[in-house]
Design a protein around this ligand. Structure first.
Ligand code: FAD
Length: 545
């Protein structure tokens, strides 16, 4: 044997088709109306799974963006410098429609299955690189709020819809395509936006805004939806980087956050100094206006978390198929098999759930029941899927042993990325409060959603009992203390229902048996999964080569 020969290691997990190798994704797309686009999605999965795309993602994260606040003479620049790999990823994703493919030119929703098809692409891209998805999510979601201001929407939509990424710091009307960000969070309050101190005074054709934002991601976007206190109360505004007369607007970036993960994405602290902005929606209805956007960003948080879990799982299964320990491939060792099967079940469940939720968004404008389903389940899905990611990725990392802990394996980046989706766009408790709010405000609609879930899960183990727990918790006098338990069950019921539609009864019941009837512990590999069930789950998770 040569001294430099490498034995018993898995080959690099690159040049894989992210769609064709993922049976749960294919089934979830088909079950939610996207079957006819399978061939386009397969081409997309092949492209994004190439070694070149993995490498772009590595480079974009190794070379984090930098703030260039001033030039040599002390004049403000307020520019963010990114590695070329980041710009390449943006070009690809904008070109694929991730920023706007679910909209029409007039800011009304595109026909089904636009959401499901975008969700499938978003899920695949998230497996490769998540940081650059932040401005794409915000651009996509901001249209939901912008649509309230027809005149503004008509002007901006052609640039949003263009599918051309233009990184230049220029006024939006000179650019081939634009992206939009969002600034709500201030030092004294993120969740509690009513404590916002940023002020807006009517000025000319718009408002002059002064104040600060403690987190404002993707600061190189061309305009931002921001909340500020106008004379009539907390109001939503659109603040462009350039004023209508072409002068640079008063957005002064203070610094970029030094974050646990999400390193290819820039997240800024910013002061607004008499910054020009247009009002979006009525004065005093800022939360109402921006909530339209937030529902969509929450959907994306859940899709991205499902995507990064899927990549971690794929790496684990791939490695276990090649690595031999005690004369057997790891994937054949009974205990490892249970771990991989349990992880496969969790990831398949998350995938089915987010695709089913995307379907609700697709149908919401034509079907009030689906609108109610999206309203009630979006925070529950965001809560459960995003909270699941760190545990799944940590366990998948362990399947690779020491290699998993090493930066080049990709698992550390996925692991660092995992918590942020649970924190931003509303943290765990806030999601549960939002579910309670939806139940409280639209009691009859919520009851109908629960009834539909009960029907869809009627023949699944433990579903009936879970349903009773959820109903009881939601009708309690003081439901907050038990809200996490109730929302957890609600999300599990919705998952079992989604699995029944995409993966079939056997897998849906396996999920229900291990997650509803026998409460799953915090550790993967503890579910009772028969050998034949394990084989099926793992083969579905990553098609054998
Ligand atoms: C990397 C990153 C990028 C970000 N980018 C942006 C951006 O672009 N734009 C933007 O506006 N914001 C952004 N944020 C901010 C993010 O949305 C907030 O941090 C998040 O919403 C939580 O708000 P907070 O930090 O003020 O925490 P708080 O609101 O103080 O919450 C702290 C904790 O208390 C819990 N909590 C809050 N209220 C209750 C309650 N009533 N009962 C029980 N528990 C409660 C929360 O769940 C949370 O766990 C970003 C954050 C991060 C980490």
């Amino acid at each position: 044997m040569r001294i430099d020969e490498v034995l018993n290691q898995s080959p690099p997990y690159v040049d894989v088709n992210l769609y064709d190798s993922d049976q749960p994704l294919q089934d979830a797309v088909a079950a939610n109306g996207g079957e006819r686009d399978a061939s386009a999605l397969s081409g997309f999965g092949r492209h994004w799974g190439t070694a070149e795309m993995f490498d772009l993602a590595r480079a974009a994260n190794e070379h984090s963006p930098e703030l260039k606040a001033f030039d040599a003479k002390g004049f403000r620049r307020d520019a963010i410098e990114f590695h070329p790999a980041y710009h390449q990823l943006m070009t690809e994703s904008v070109g694929a429609g991730l920023a706007a493919s679910t909209w029409r030119d007039d800011a009304t929703p595109a026909h089904a299955p636009a959401q499901v098809l975008r969700a499938a692409r978003f899920y695949m891209v998230a497996q490769i690189e998540t940081g650059h998805l932040c401005p794409l999510t915000m651009t996509h979601a901001a249209v939901a709020a912008l649509g309230l201001e027809r005149e503004l929407a008509v002007k901006l939509m052609p640039k949003i819809m263009s599918r051309r990424y233009d990184a230049r710091l220029r006024p939006w009307w000179e650019k081939r395509g634009i992206t939009l960000g969002m600034g709500m969070t201030e030092k004294q309050g993120g969740t509690d936006v009513r404590t916002n101190t940023t002020r807006a005074e009517p000025a000319g054709n718009g408002y002059a805004i002064s104040g600060h934002k403690w987190f404002m991601s993707a600061p190189m976007c061309d305009a931002f939806l921001v909340l500020a206190q106008a004379p009539g109360g907390l109001t939503c505004f659109l603040m462009p980087r350039f004023r209508p007369d072409g002068a640079v607007n008063g957005l002064h970036f203070q610094r970029l956050k030094d974050k646990l993960g999400n390193r290819s994405n820039a997240s800024s602290e910013v002061e607004f100094v008499d910054a020009f902005a247009w009002r979006v929606g009525e004065e005093g209805r800022g939360v109402r206006t921006i909530i339209n956007m937030v529902q969509l960003t929450r959907l994306d948080c859940a899709i991205a978390s499902a995507g990064i879990m899927r990549m971690a799982l794929a790496q684990a299964v791939h490695h276990a198929r090649y690595r031999s320990v005690f004369q057997k491939h790891l994937v054949e060792q009974p205990m490892m098999r249970t771990v991989l099967a349990d992880l496969s079940l969790e990831v398949e469940a998350a995938t089915a759930l987010v695709m089913r939720l995307a379907r609700s968004f697709d149908l919401a404008s034509s079907d009030p029941r689906e609108a109610a389903r999206a309203r009630l389940l979006t925070p529950a899905v965001k809560y459960w899927v995003c909270k699941t990611a760190p545990g799944v990725i940590g366990e998948a990392m362990e399947c690779l042993g020491g290699n998993g802990y090493v930066e080049e394996s990709l698992l550390p980046r996925l692991y660092r990325e995992a918590p942020v989706n649970a924190i931003w766009e509303g943290s765990g408790n806030v999601m549960c409060l939002d579910v309670l709010r939806a139940v409280g405000r639209e009691r009859e609609a919520a009851r109908e959603v629960l009834a539909a879930l009960a029907e869809e899960t009627a023949d699944l183990s433990g579903a009936r009992a879970a349903h009773v727990v959820v109903e009881r918790a939601f009708s309690a006098d003081n439901p907050e203390a038990d809200a996490r338990a109730a929302v957890d069950r609600l999300a599990h019921l919705a998952t079992a229902a989604a699995l029944g539609q995409s993966a079939g009864h056997e897998i849906a019941n396996l999920f229900a048996r291990s997650r509803l009837e026998n409460r799953h512990g915090a550790i993967y590999g503890t579910s009772e999964i028969a050998p034949e069930e394990a084989r099926r789950l793992i083969d579905r998770a990553l098609s054998p080569a």
